[in-house]
Write a protein that binds this ligand. Structure first.
Ligand SMILES: [Zn+2]
Ligand SMILES: [Zn+2]
Length: 377
């Protein structure tokens, strides 16, 4: 039963969209859910999970619950919404307001987003544009459009380089979990988020009862933000230069890195220590890990901005985020595009587009339509 629920609107998720665009997106998503319903990963203990969704052009609906996997799938297919979410927490009463749900525990989760990792490619695909006249330029974004005074918004693109960086950070999270926290590698499920990063779900019951504070400590540890500053680490090392990795955890990471590179290194020890930390920390989004009442994108469902699937990564080396999660059809669709920078999907370049009608494969058209920068013509 799809239980009536509270509607929460998030302004950023409500995009202007005409009826034919909404209908097109819904039918494209429906086709996927119809053909690939086996790809949707529903939890076994489904009755204790909270579900949520965002319809195309609408706001967030949450505090939903299902009695069985079949019921959930039928509703996902019927709605074919922009996004589907499921709690990583288990509750006694998943449909009640947050403080009356009866929290029973939550799997530990991590979110890595390419946007948070500074890579040199950002300059080539991140920019600002004016919502009114579509003037665009390099970041930082001006307060107002210099041409017409309209509001300037940021556009974050993505490319192979930043997706590789995100993948590398996801691999580091796995390293921290298995080496420092003794997690069985089989308990870590890695997913491409469907947009610009990776989600990690940890199925290790030792973490399930942890509160926000403990989860924050794990996230900050992985980010290296709890380490002493580089100058004091360097001072410690200077007293006794390591000949190889020593100790465990971050100590092992920093000493191993410094010992290996110190011989032919031209810079200062402090700089080398900074490098040791920067090259091994995992830039997880701590706010995701610490939110124990979150609804998180359901594995196997489509991302509302891109039409790409949140797809499990079985082999980090072989997973290709430009290919594997691109699950929508290649059927051509005509769009009238106001503005869209050059982008890349399925290893093909599209755009840039400006006030023109273009024909694109469905998988490449979705992100233009969901951002409200084009309509089905
Ligand atoms: Zn303008
Ligand atoms: Zn990039």
């Amino acid at each position: 039963m799809w239980i009536p629920s509270i509607h929460i609107s998030r302004s950023c998720e409500k995009r202007r969209m005409n009826e034919s665009t909404k209908a097109f997106l819904k039918s494209a998503y429906k086709e996927y859910y119809f053909k690939e319903s086996d790809s949707v990963e529903l939890p076994d203990d489904i009755g204790s999970r909270e579900f949520g969704y965002i319809p195309f052009g609408g706001g967030m609906v949450r505090h939903l619950s299902f009695g069985s996997q079949g019921e959930a799938l039928a509703e996902i297919l019927r709605q074919s919404p922009s996004s589907v979410y499921c709690s990583n927490a288990r509750y006694e009463f998943p449909t009640r307001p947050i403080d009356e749900k009866g929290w029973l525990g939550a799997e530990l989760i991590f979110d890595i987003d390419a946007t948070d990792i500074s890579t040199s490619c950002k300059r080539s695909h991140d920019q600002w544009y004016c919502e009114k006249c579509f003037t665009s330029g390099r970041l930082p974004r001006p307060a107002k459009c210099p041409k017409c005074g309209g509001s300037a918004v940021e556009f974050h693109g993505v490319c192979e380089e930043c997706l590789d960086a995100a993948k590398e950070h996801a691999a580091r999270v796995v390293g921290f979990l298995t080496e420092d926290f003794g997690v069985d590698p089989g308990a870590v499920k890695i997913y491409f988020s469907g947009n610009r990063g990776y989600h990690l779900h940890i199925f290790d019951p030792r973490f399930d009862s942890l509160g926000q504070q403990a989860r924050a400590e794990i996230a900050e540890y992985m980010k290296g933000s709890t380490l002493p500053p580089p100058q004091s680490l360097a001072a410690t090392l200077r007293r006794r230069m390591p000949e190889g990795p020593q100790g465990a955890g971050w100590t092992k990471r920093v000493t191993g890195y410094v010992a290996e590179r110190n011989q032919n290194y031209g810079g200062t020890l402090q700089k080398l220590v900074s490098e040791a930390v920067a090259s091994q920390r995992a830039l997880v989004d701590a706010s995701v890990t610490t939110d124990i009442h979150r609804v998180f994108r359901l594995a196997g469902t489509l991302h509302g901005d891109t039409g790409m699937a949140k797809k499990q990564v079985k082999s980090m080396a072989q997973f290709d985020p430009q290919e594997a999660p691109v699950v929508l059809s290649s059927r051509p669709v005509k769009l009238s595009v106001s503005y869209y920078p050059r982008y890349r999907i399925k290893h093909r370049d599209f755009g840039p587009f400006e006030s023109e009608v273009v024909e694109l494969p469905t998988f490449a058209a979705v992100s233009i339509l969901t951002r409200g920068l084009g309509e089905v013509a």
